[in-house]
Design a protein around this ligand. Sequence first.
Ligand code: 5GP
Length: 344
Amino acid sequence: MLEVSNEVKLDFTDVLLVPQFSSIDSRSKVNLIKTFVMPHSKATIESVGIIAANMDGVGTFEAARVLKEHGVMTAIHKNYSADQLIEFFKTSASYGSFYSMGISNTDYEKFQTVKKQAPIDAVCIDVANGYMDSFYEYIERIRDENPFVTIMVGNVVTPEAVRKAYEVGADIVKLGIGPGAMCTTRLQTGVGYPQLSCIMDCVQEADNCGIFLCSDGGCSQPGHVAIAYAAGADFVMLGSMLAGTDEGGGEVVDGKVMFYGMSSKTANNKHFGGLKEYRSSEGRTTMIPYKGSMDNVIKNILGGLRSTCTYTGSKTLIELPFRAKAIRVNNTHNRAYENFTIGN
Ligand code: 5GP
């Protein structure tokens, strides 16, 4: 018989944070930069902890150049050529950027080529399903060969996998199966884990090991980023919130830009000459509103985070999970004029 846990698992849209008395009288006094010392590579990272997702239209070189100025990192998407990656990772603009790869032989060979010719401080080893033995074997191999490189891996959703990722040498583990705006995995497979509970259920094990958690996917508003941090995520990866910008590229048609999941049919056609016969698409293709410069988009997100810190009496983002209290809600906000909005 199917074993069903009856405990309700939560998403970012199921809770709100409650204000706390505070000595902070201005958002300008809030420090969003956190300092992380990686458990394996021993590298020090100073960052807000937001990471642009390694998706076409988000994790571009142009995005990395803009986001770096705000202490935001970028996972560079893996569809650039080795030559393009070498050129980028040779420049100072690459500071705070992750080199992304899957776990195939081709991914391994490409990484070898790039790292021979350009310094790479951080990598993101990314598979849709981080529960395969081959995933952990690959991480172990990359760790053995690159002791000082910061390694982020994903995606998983359970504490056992968080520990396993740490044991094979990962510094950061990415959480999330199915929360992404462009993702149809939960519909296609019936597999997934609500993202807020996913963080909450993994945070203790991450603390026990010393590995950092990156919540990946499911944020569609700045407040969701704040809730992810309040729940104990060290990093938050953003895809769709940063998409539709100039830096993401893509043609603007009637005020909209095409944006698609990395395992959508569109992405498979573009990068792999179509979907393999044994696979189905687990991503969608959309036209999303054009947002202009990524600079404005990220400033809005950071402004929201500063405000959350003020409301919760947190002088720094590091304090937020210790000060924040949340309540479960039926409605997060008033939707009466949502469809009539013309700006903010
Ligand atoms: P978002 O911030 O847009 O909600 O989520 C971004 C995340 O969605 C990415 O970092 C990645 O983990 C996930 N993602 C991107 N494309 C796809 C896809 O085609 N299928 C699935 N299952 N997940 C995707």
